[in-house]
Design a protein around this ligand. Structure first.
Ligand SMILES: NC(=O)c1ccc[n+]([C@@H]2O[C@H](COP(=O)([O-])OP(=O)(O)OC[C@H]3O[C@@H](n4cnc5c(N)ncnc54)[C@H](OP(=O)(O)O)[C@@H]3O)[C@@H](O)[C@H]2O)c1
Length: 320
């Protein structure tokens, strides 16, 4: 089969399309999937550049989202049959999805919503489970809450806005002015251009000094320490981003804030409610762009390039 193989850590140029052996079902609960689309996550380029090098032995195939067709199943698999359309997030640390075929355990699979294309479906599993964990399991976001979602145009943000809206929250987000109309269409009530304005001052002005009930941090760095200045008393902050440098959390202490730290569990159970929201039309994966698998290098350049000429909106997808 064709696969994008990483033989050395480095820039996008280390992603090489190669011919590698096709995996086959040998275990009781295994399922072989023909991958039709895989999406690109920051985790993929973090793996590619070697951020998790102690956890892997090269060569590796990265990729943390799959949409595709079941090809073969182990003898213990009763729920899935060849031809079923599935989507899921391959386990972090195992073989990834930038390949024509992916071998997984049946416990990871969810049925793909009928009306989605493979590209749309591949955009959902990793960010979907992550967003549910952040908004519902941790922040316990409820109707009438106010929430700030920085990075609203990103893969996580573009889904989080829609899910927060479906839960009845009033949504503030940050995003470039050129994307304002699209971010409002996703469900954002207020869009603040983080390249032109100070989001803390804007939130303080909009909320008359009260702040918001919930902030989800998809940006990292000083957002973790500064964003409590836009938080209401006893508010909740959920952060997704690793904390590379020590941060002073004095502003969080002044607000009696609660912090939640999320490293996604890639849980099928947390994707299920997102599947329901997709099926009822309340949520739709947003596709930024689609690249053929043999141009994975360009896909990585686009997600990593902070100075891209056209701003990112949603997920970058690889089609196979
Ligand atoms: N812990 C976990 O389990 C987990 C799971 C998923 C993702 N993550 C992490 O979450 C982060 C976001 O993931 P993603 O998939 O959404 O990434 P993404 O698709 O690359 O989106 C990043 C977004 O953040 C915006 N942004 C960058 N710097 C900003 C700033 N200073 N202020 C406001 N917005 C800013 C970008 O907007 P511009 O174009 O304007 O720069 C872009 O829209 C990544 O660091 C990723 O590793 C963690």
């Amino acid at each position: 089969m064709k696969a994008v193989v990483i033989e050395n850590y480095g820039g996008p140029e280390v992603l090489r399309l190669k011919e590698v052996p096709t995996p086959s079902v040998t275990g009781h609960s295994q399922v072989l999937v023909r991958v039709r689309a895989a999406s690109v996550n920051p985790l993929d380029y973090q793996v590619r550049r070697g951020d998790y090098a102690p956890l892997f032995n090269l060569p590796i195939i990265t990729g943390h989202d799959v949409a595709g067709d079941v090809i073969a199943v182990g003898e213990g698999v009763k729920k899935w049959r060849p031809g079923d359309k599935v989507y899921y997030s391959p386990r972090f640390g195992g073989p990834g999805s930038y390949a024509e075929y992916h071998l997984t355990d049946e416990s990871s699979l969810s049925a793909m919503p009928d009306h989605l294309s493979y590209e749309e479906a591949a955009a959902a599993p990793l960010v979907g489970g992550t967003v549910w964990e952040m908004l519902v399991v941790r922040a316990q976001l409820k109707e009438g809450d106010t929430i700030l979602i920085p990075g609203g145009a990103g893969g996580v943000g573009s889904l989080a806005i829609q899910v927060a809206k479906s839960l009845g929250a009033f949504v503030y987000t940050t995003g470039q002015s050129i994307l304002q109309a699209q971010l409002h269409r996703l469900g954002a009530d207020v869009v603040i251009d983080h390249h032109k304005k100070n989001y803390i001052e804007e939130i303080q002005a909009h909320t008359k000094g009260r702040g918001v009930d919930v902030i989800i941090d998809t940006v990292g760095g000083s957002t973790l320490s500064d964003s409590p200045l836009a938080l209401a008393d006893y508010g909740r902050i959920v952060t997704l981003v690793d904390i590379a440098l020590p941060q002073n959390l004095i502003h969080a202490w002044e607000r009696n804030a609660t912090y939640h730290f999320v490293f996604t569990r890639q849980s099928r159970e947390e994707l299920h409610p997102i599947t329901s929201l997709i099926e009822t039309g309340q949520v739709k994966p947003v596709i930024d762009s689609v690249y053929p698998i043999d141009d994975a290098q360009s896909a990585h350049r686009r997600i990593e390039d902070a100075k891209r000429d056209r701003p990112l909106l949603g997920k970058i997808v690889l089609s196979l």
